[in-house]
Design a protein around this ligand. Structure first.
Ligand code: HEC
Ligand code: HEC
Ligand code: HEC
Ligand code: HEC
Ligand code: HEC
Ligand code: HEC
Ligand code: HEC
Length: 396
């Protein structure tokens, strides 16, 4: 700001009066400017996943990739990018042309030819079959099929589980045995539930609070996390104006990032707090809730933000040792304790978190234990960092 120079030869009191006038002027200019800021610039700065910014348009990852090619390339391989697919885009269906499952009198079959997949159930007398409309879940854990029947959407009663490389009852949906063939086929998810499924697994699924499948971009793409990008792409291409019209989650404090941003889909502590029985053992899948209950690990500390351990543009790192540095920045390992010569003058101050009496590496294998979720054929990583002793019950 060069204004003070203008007044540099004026007497002091005049100077301060003039300064005040300038301040007032700037303030009122700012207020006018803030009000005249395009309404949506503010909406972008407050964006959260699954929330709409009215009037803004989605362009799809190919457009983002023109300028952010590296992020586009790496993110398009992630499980999140494949959280939802058309049957032809499902690696599970492509590699399993025929899947079947028998439960009591019912036989399920999913037959795929690379383009179409048909989901059928028969009780030996009658048969119901519909083409699969959408495949939910990348297949890292499981894949569930959404079917269209007589204008309604159904969640197929059986799902594919990677842990057994076969079909089994859809999680939470087991019916032993289903009371009718119609019931055996699927669970009606028309309306609110379908809207929620698609807004967590897809991009641009909802407009005016309604599910708009004609606009859906399958999978969690760039704009699911950064907001609709048409205006940003245009502004960056023309290089004019200050406003970026895109949301950068880097601006969030760690707790808001974990709970409100990632937690919009992965379920926040507040959401789980309202579930009956805190979601039961199923809450092991709700990392923002789990991590918020780790004794001594405060979610407002940047070390425990989701992005401290996960880059959403990259594949999940499955090497336990790779996470050690996340812990040893605070908890010295015994080896380093000994090197620093305790209890001599270099002894660690009492405020430093304790070190582990048991091991020096692969911390997460014991302190973020894998927990088998019944029916999911998968062990989820408990994000509640803790001492897990054999035989202890699962802490809800
Ligand atoms: C024409 C090129 C172009 C296109 C297309 C484009 N971007 Fe950008 N983007 C940029 C530039 C340039 C920046 C500013 C980089 C900087 O200054 O560090 C940027 C910045 C960003 C930022 C950070 C914003 C901030 O405030 O820090 C995000 C997030 C982003 N882009 C996401 C996207 C997404 C999502 C898409 C697709 C919808 C997209 N971009 C399309 C050029 C582009
Ligand atoms: C729009 C909803 C949405 C948002 C926002 C979201 N996720 Fe996800 N995430 C998903 C879904 C759906 C899956 C399941 C992917 C699958 O089908 O395997 C997932 C899976 C993951 C996985 C597991 C990947 C794997 O290989 O199994 C990680 C890690 C993850 N998300 C981290 C994050 C982080 C970190 C954030 C916040 C920066 C975040 N997610 C925000 C929906 C979301
Ligand atoms: C509030 C957001 C949200 C809603 C609503 C939602 N999902 Fe998910 N879903 C997720 C996230 C996040 C994951 C990743 C869980 C993980 O790996 O920790 C996931 C994982 C999955 C998986 C992989 C298996 C697993 O448990 O990890 C399947 C299959 C799935 N969802 C299907 C569905 C279907 C079908 C619906 C609707 C009936 C639905 N989801 C509704 C967010 C959601
Ligand atoms: C699951 C949510 C999620 C998805 C999907 C996602 N991003 Fe991001 N993105 C983030 C988060 C969180 C950050 C902030 C990371 C940080 O704190 O360093 C970010 C940061 C960025 C930045 C700014 C980097 C910087 O240094 O400021 C750009 C540019 C960007 N993303 C582009 C993209 C593009 C392009 C895609 C699609 C190919 C994409 N993102 C998909 C969550 C996501
Ligand atoms: C201190 C490090 C750390 C933090 C912080 C963290 N995670 Fe993880 N996360 C892990 C580890 C370790 C795994 C297991 C990787 C593996 O072995 O596959 C994991 C796995 C996952 C998975 C895959 C499903 C599973 O159960 O294995 C999802 C989804 C996930 N994290 C989401 C999140 C979200 C959302 C947050 C923020 C609330 C978060 N994580 C914070 C370390 C962390
Ligand atoms: C920002 C610093 C910090 C980081 C990073 C950190 N911790 Fe801690 N940890 C603490 C503090 C503080 C306590 C509680 C005080 C104490 O008991 O020393 C604690 C306590 C613990 C406890 C004892 C819990 C109990 O119930 O008694 C374990 C186990 C633990 N941490 C493991 C880990 C693991 C594993 C990681 C990496 C995934 C990690 N910590 C990362 C600061 C940290
Ligand atoms: C083989 C399993 C295992 C591994 C790997 C492991 N720990 Fe531990 N850790 C334990 C057990 C068991 C205890 C409880 C010891 C006791 O109280 O008898 C413990 C205790 C702790 C405590 C609490 C110490 C106290 O005095 O209260 C901290 C902190 C801790 N571990 C951090 C870590 C860190 C950091 C790593 C990685 C460098 C790590 N642990 C690796 C099993 C493990």
């Amino acid at each position: 700001m060069h204004l003070p120079l203008l007044f540099s030869r004026q007497p002091r009191h005049l100077l301060s009066l003039a300064r005040r006038a300038v301040c007032l002027l700037l303030l009122s200019l700012w207020l006018v400017f803030a009000e005249s800021l395009p309404e949506n610039a503010k909406a972008f700065s407050q964006f959260r996943p699954r929330r709409e910014i009215p009037g803004e348009h989605f362009v799809g990852r190919e457009v983002c990739g023109k300028c952010h090619s590296q992020k586009n390339r790496s993110q398009s391989h992630t499980a999140m990018a494949h959280a939802l697919a058309n049957p032809a885009g499902s690696a599970v269906l492509r590699s399993h042309p025929s899947l079947s499952y028998r439960a009591g009198p019912y036989i399920y079959e999913i037959l795929s030819d690379g383009q179409q997949s048909v989901f059928t159930v028969t009780d030996g007398k009658q048969i119901i079959g519909e083409p699969i409309a959408y495949a939910f879940g990348s297949g890292h854990v499981a894949q569930t099929y959404v079917l269209r029947r007589k204008g309604k959407l159904y969640e197929g009663r059986v799902s594919y589980y990677t842990g057994i490389d076969a079909l089994d009852w859809t999680l939470g949906d087991a019916l032993n045995p289903p009371p009718s063939l119609e019931e055996a086929f699927g669970r009606d998810i028309t309306s609110d539930e379908a809207r929620n499924c698609f807004s967590c697994h897809g991009t641009a699924a909802v407009a005016d609070n309604k599910l708009q499948l004609d606009r859906l971009i399958p999978g969690v793409g760039c704009e699911a996390c950064h907001g609709p990008g048409a205006k940003h792409a245009a502004a960056m291409a023309s290089g004019t104006g200050e406003e970026r019209y895109i949301f950068n989650p880097k601006t969030l404090d760690p707790d808001t990032l974990s709970q409100e941003f990632c937690g919009a889909c992965h379920r926040s502590a507040n959401t789980v707090g309202m579930m009956p029985n805190l979601g039961g053992i199923g809450n092991v899948r709700f990392q923002p809730y789990r991590i918020s209950n780790s004794r001594g690990h405060d979610t407002s500390d940047p070390h425990f933000a989701c992005t401290a351990c996960h880059d959403p543009h990259l594949d999940l790192n499955q090497d336990a040792v790779a996470y050690d540095l996340k812990c040893t920045t605070c908890h010295a390992t015994r080896a380093t304790n000994q090197r620093s010569g305790s209890p001599g003058k270099h002894a660690l101050p009492t405020s430093v978190p304790k070190s582990c009496p048991v091991a020096n590496q692969a911390c997460v294998t014991c302190h973020m234990p894998k927990v088998e979720l019944p029916g999911a054929h998968f062990k989820f990583t408990d994000h509640r960092i803790r001492i897990a002793r054999p035989g202890d019950p699962y802490p809800y």
